[in-house]
Ligand binder design. Structure first.
Ligand code: C2O
Ligand code: CU
Ligand code: CU
Length: 420
């Protein structure tokens, strides 16, 4: 029932997690010692969230990708002191998608995410209910939060020691907070909900033997139809839902999901599926504007530049007391994001906007195709790349835009705007 109230209590807390053999790692998580439960929301549902901070420092609860008014968005203006809590109430207005929760306190986002605070949010709706796609949680609909961390000899995380101004990288990859992960598959089609929950690492995801897979959803919803791929790039904060087809495998066969040539997780086929539906060819309908309509829209430009501590957007660093611009509710705009050429060769910057889902119109002037046509809240820009976004806000208030390389964000590669 779409009208029922949903109440969740979400507690950020510190705990100990068994990640490495024979060692306890101090970590933080939501309602658990690392990461958190899947928070299930539904389009049209009135939702009440009670967010409690049991850490020993302030934090915020940011619902990345969720279209809620800025007062509920958990950006850096909404710090909750240790021992305090906040009640958030909102109506879910967006379609089915895989979003996530993470902290966003000023200059401490990277550290808190690295220490374990991240959880998935699933929004469902009538369309996702009806689609004949894998949706059995943990059986053939599997969340995969992909991260990298470095452990000290005694098994601890030391963010200060590992810190790199251009993005902290771990030497150990983790899936859902575990190392050397594997999954036993019992169905022929398996949906994987991928989240790049790393501070700064970009992933080039493929499967062993270059087995093709289908992407069915991007950050903010289903694609119009499945897109067949053999690899995809996932920059920090991006999500992709993909479906892997293992109907050709024999019982006992294993395939790996790879980042480049490094195995992230193993899948073991342990049973033969008797019947499996093909994926539907139509998954969603996405409203689009014509080129003529887009050409009439106002445009804003964002220049991403610098490295390490010198990163800026439009030559400015984040200043809590400065609203960089204003924009109108319910009025589409084009945002042109430019990853400025640099002497040093440049970097990938994942550009993220709070409070909305946007469409990518073009990359370097060429209209996008395939999975680039889905709803997004984060778009990875390669060095020297320019992308144009079609963006519109349905909820009011002050929101952030920033690079989701979390060290860049904490170093000020961020701004804020007022929607009214
Ligand atoms: Cu995922 Cu401003 O954040
Ligand atoms: Cu966000
Ligand atoms: Cu960046």
């Amino acid at each position: 029932n779409d009208d029922t109230n949903l109440i969740y209590e979400i507690v950020a807390k510190i705990g100990e997690t068994d990640i490495l053999d024979g060692k306890k790692t101090m970590t933080s998580g939501y309602n658990t010692s690392i990461l958190g439960p899947v928070i299930r929301l539904r389009k049209g549902q009135q939702t009440r969230l009670i967010a409690k901070n049991q850490l020993n420092e302030s934090t915020t609860f940011h619902w990345h990708g969720l279209e809620v008014a800025a007062a509920n968005d958990g950006g850096p203006h909404h710090e909750i002191m240790p021992g305090q809590e906040e009640i958030l109430e909102f109506n879910v207005i967006q379609e089915a998608g895989t979003l996530w929760l993470h902290p966003h306190p000023h200059k401490k986002t990277a550290k808190q995410v690295y220490e374990g605070l991240a959880a998935l949010i699933y929004v469902e709706d009538d369309n996702s209910d009806q689609l004949l796609i894998p949706k059995d949680y943990g059986i053939d609909d599997i969340p995969l939060i992909i991260q990298d961390k470095t452990f000290t000899d005694d098994g601890q995380l030391d963010y200060q020691a590992d810190y790199q101004a251009d993005g902290t990288l771990g030497d150990t990859s983790l899936i859902n907070g575990t190392i050397n992960p594997y999954v036993d598959l019992t169905k022929g089609l398996t949906r994987l909900r991928l989240l790049n929950g790393s501070n700064s690492r970009n992933y080039r995801i493929s499967f062993s033997d270059n087995i093709p897979f289908k992407q069915i959803a991007t950050d903010g919803g289903f694609l119009e139809s499945p897109v067949e791929l053999t690899e995809l790039i996932l920059t920090p904060a991006e999500r992709a839902e993909i479906v892997m087809d293992t109907r050709q495998l024999a019982v006992g066969d294993t395939i790996s999901m790879l980042n480049g040539d490094h195995a992230l997780i193993e899948f073991n086929q342990v049973a033969m599926p008797i019947v499996t539906n093909e994926l539907p060819t139509t998954l969603n309908s996405i409203k689009r504007l014509s080129d003529e309509e887009v050409a009439k829209l106002p445009m804003k430009e964002f220049r991403l530049a610098g490295m390490g501590e010198t990163v800026t957007i439009n030559n400015e660093k984040f200043d809590m007391s400065v609203i960089n611009f204003e924009t109108k509710l319910q009025s589409p705009e084009v945002w042109r994001i430019i990853n400025e050429p640099s002497m040093m060769g440049g970097m990938i910057h994942p550009f993220h906007v709070h409070g909305t889902q946007f469409q990518i119109l073009s990359r370097n002037g060429t209209p996008v195709s395939g999975a680039d046509k889905g709803w997004k809240d984060t778009v990875g820009l390669l060095p020297k790349e320019t992308v144009e976004l079609l963006i519109e806000f349905k909820v009011p208030g002050v929101f952030m835009y920033h690079c989701h390389n979390l060290e860049h964000e904490d170093n000020g590669m961020m701004g804020q705007f007022l929607v009214k």
